[in-house]
Structure formats: structure tokens, C-alpha cells
Write a protein that binds this ligand. Structure first.
Ligand SMILES: [Zn+2]
Length: 407
């Protein structure tokens, strides 16, 4: 048993909207024993000190829309599709390590190929490979020919019985939530963003089955009428929400339905070029950008709870930072002030996942999933670009600063 004192930091409390200078966090066995002003902590003399040299300390980020096995149409995607099972697992493990090093200590996977993320999760939990904590939907559920059908990260189902079975198959392997594609999107050649894809009884079959098992449902969703129907059927979360309207955001707010806007997916031409994504998909994505941002702003104004999610690989280097940080910057540009942005990246996802007793804030008893930045994120969320230190479960997994001694 080693006591570690992470000290010399300004602690960022996004819930209380305050910072605590001269703060320290006492960690034992991967969890936080005490935290607050260092002078108030009586830490054992026999301990290891980690001095953050005045950095800003906060909980690890939670990325709520992750695909570690993403393969988009085009050259790079085809290379991923050509991987065998071993190659795919190693590729995903590399992505998991880079995700963690980017300050994302928890991800919510919303459609991964072949249930490979369950093996990855076990390997991470056993300490065999570094990576974030994983909550996963297993394979996403789509109708025949529906959004994402061209790869094994989705499962094609039809009719209420088919969707009930698809839901149960994900629960059987240990899915924490269910992801369902209720409309078209950007990456499907033969669909449009506004294409409705599921019937009401199919959506109800997914939602009712998942809820009976105590699991939430999130939906890939673009157009307002489909979203409205799903929300009335009990949907818990909307991904993208490209084409929201005032009545729908009002309904979402009233019912506490969360939005993961994934704003980067309609403003990432550079990323698409790098991957060799075909022109039809690039055009559809970038053309959807203005309405997408407008929908997000509308949701914010209505009080819909929003959460960080990149859709792009969380670690991807994009416009000078990671896709995760760039997404949070876009959320800020759309009207989210720094403290709410930090909450959208930490405690709000933690609560949605039912994991708020373990993650999402720096508090006594929680897991020591911590990150530090050089600059102050409460003034400008872009300070996350100066991330230089990451701890997961009490173990330092990244430190870019000099004069650093690992405990
Ligand atoms: Zn996605």
C-alpha cells in the first residue's frame, strides 16, 4: 500500500464553479482518500510526492461517443476492414493507449466491430494494456441497409422481434447500454441524414427491452420527427442531432434526454482527406455543418444536457490538438462556458453512465483518474491543449514535464 500525494496544483471544481489553489490529492490504492488545500490534509509522512508545479488539476475526461474500430468509406477504412481479428485487437489496443494518454480516462463505445472491445476491456482491467475505462454498447443496431450496415460494428435487425433479439444479443455479451441507428447519417452512401430508418414498433422494442434490463438507449439520430418519436418512446440520449427543432429540444429538455452533438464530424475536412474519404461523404458532412451547429445552440438554449463525444477516434491529432479537445472547443464556440464545458466532459457523462460514485469529480472515495494542464481551463477550455499529465486509478500514465519522478 503506497500513499501518493499529488500536490502543488490548483484544483478545478467544475461542479462548485471554483478553483482551489495550493491543493493536493491524497491517493491510496487507486482511490482518493482526501483532497483540498494541502495545509488541511494530514497525509502520512511515509509517502511519495508528485509535485505538479502549479498546474491545473481536474478529473479525467469522459468521451461519450467513441469508436476504437472505426472504418469510414475510403482508403484508410478499407485497410482497417482488411485486418484479421488479431490485427484489429492490436489496432484497438494502440488506440486505447493513445486515448488514455490524451487525458480521456473513460470512454463510451457506441458500436465496435465483432465485440472486440470486450476483450480489450478485459485486457485493460487486468493491466495487460493501457487504456481508458470502457463502457460499451457492443454492436450498434441498424435495420437492413441502415446506417453503418456495411461493417461488423453494427448488427442488421428487422421488425420488433429482430430488434428485441439484437438488443438481447448485446446484453448477453455484457453491453452497458444499447446503441440504435434510427435515421440515416453521413457515412452511408445510399441514405440521407433525414432518412427515417426504424418503425415506431422497432424503436419501442429496443427501448423497452433495454430498459427492462436496466440499460439506457442512445440513438444515432439526425432529423427532428424521428427523434421526437423516439424520445416519446423513452430514448435516453441523442447522438449528433443534426436537424433539431425548437419543439424537439423543448421535449428533450423536459424529459432529461441528453445530447452528444459530435460537432467535429461536420467540420473535419482535413481528417477526411487524411483518410481518403470519398467526395460524396465529405460534401454531405460539411454541408450539414451550419444546421448541425444551429441545432446544438438551440439545444443549449433549451437546457438540454450536453456531453462530450468526438465520434472521430478520441486521440486523433486534429487542428493542433486531439479530436476530443477540439470537440470541446467547438462546444464552447457554440455557447458553452468553461465550467459547463468541463462538466459536459466529466460529471454529466459520469451520471449518465451511473458511474458518478467512481468518476467525474475529484472527491474522496472516487477513483484517482486525474489530469493536469499548464494553463487555466476555467478561463478558456483550449487550456486542455496544454495537458501534460495523466493519472488513471492512481497510476501516472503520462508526464511530459521535466523534473518528474514516477512514484
Ligand atoms: Zn459514431
Amino acid at each position: 500500500m503506497t500513499d501518493v500525494l499529488v500536490r502543488g496544483a490548483t484544483l478545478v471544481d467544475a461542479v462548485g464553479e471554483r478553483t482551489v489553489p495550493g491543493a493536493a490529492v491524497w491517493v491510496r490504492d487507486g482511490r482518493i482518500v482526501r483532497c483540498g488545500p494541502e495545509r488541511d490534509l494530514s497525509v502520512p509522512a511515509d509517502r511519495v510526492d508528485v509535485d505538479l508545479d502549479g498546474g491545473y488539476l481536474m478529473p479525467g475526461l469522459v468521451n461519450m461517443h467513441t469508436h476504437l474500430s472505426l472504418s469510414l468509406p475510403g482508403r484508410a477504412g478499407e485497410e482497417i476492414l482488411a485486418l484479421d481479428a488479431y490485427g484489429l485487437a492490436l489496432y484497438m489496443a494502440a488506440g486505447a493507449r493513445r486515448t488514455l494518454h490524451g487525458g480521456v480516462t473513460t470512454v463510451r463505445c457506441v458500436a465496435e466491430k465483432d465485440h472486440a472491445e470486450f476483450a480489450l476491456r478485459r485486457a485493460i482491467e487486468r493491466g495487460e494494456v493501457p487504456g481508458p475505462r470502457i463502457f460499451t454498447a457492443g454492436r450498434g443496431l441498424a435495420c437492413t441497409g441502415g446506417h453503418g450496415h456495411s461493417s461488423t460494428d453494427t448488427l442488421e435487425c428487422d421488425g420488433p422481434d429482430g430488434f428485441r433479439r439484437g438488443t438481447r444479443e448485446q446484453l448477453k455479451v455484457g453491453a452497458d447500454l444499447i446503441k440504435v441507428m434510427i435515421s440515416g447519417g453521413i457515412a452511408g452512401e445510399h441514405e440521407a441524414i433525414h432518412t427515417p430508418q426504424l418503425t415506431g414498433d422497432e424503436m419501442a422494442a429496443v427501448i423497452d427491452t433495454a430498459h427492462a434490463w436496466g440499460r439506457k438507449v442512445t440513438a444515432h439520430a439526425g432529423p427532428a420527427p424521428v427523434i421526437e418519436e423516439a424520445v416519446r418512446l423513452g430514448l435516453d440520449c441523442v447522438e449528433h442531432g443534426y436537424q433539431l427543432t425548437e419543439p424537439v429540444v423543448a421535449l428533450m429538455a423536459e424529459r432529461g434526454v441528453h445530447l452528444v452533438p459530435t460537432l467535429v464530424v461536420t467540420r473535419c475536412g482535413e481528417f477526411f482527406d487524411e483518410l481518403g474519404v470519398p467526395p460524396w461523404m465529405q460534401r454531405r458532412s460539411l454541408d450539414a455543418g451550419p444546421r448541425h451547429m444551429g441545432s446544438y445552440r438551440m439545444a443549449l438554449a433549451a437546457g438540454v444536457p450536453v456531453m462530450l463525444g468526438s465520434d472521430m477516434p478520441p486521440f486523433w491529432q486534429f487542428e493542433g490538438t486531439s479530436a476530443t479537445v477540439r470537440e470541446l472547443e467547438y462546444m464552447a464556440e457554440g455557447g458553452l462556458a468553461p465550467y459547463p464545458a468541463l462538466r459536459a466532459a466529466t460529471i454529466v457523462p459520469a451520471r449518465w453512465l451511473g458511474a458518478e460514485h467512481d468518476i467525474g469529480t475529484v472527491e474522496e472515495g472516487k477513483l484517482a483518474d486525474l489530469i493536469a494542464t499548464r494553463d487555466d481551463p476555467t478561463r478558456d477550455i483550449s487550456a486542455l491543449r496544454t495537458l501534460n499529465w495523466v493519472m488513471k486509478g492512481g497510476e501516472v500514465v503520462r508526464d511530459d514535464r521535466r523534473d518528474w519522478r514516477s512514484p
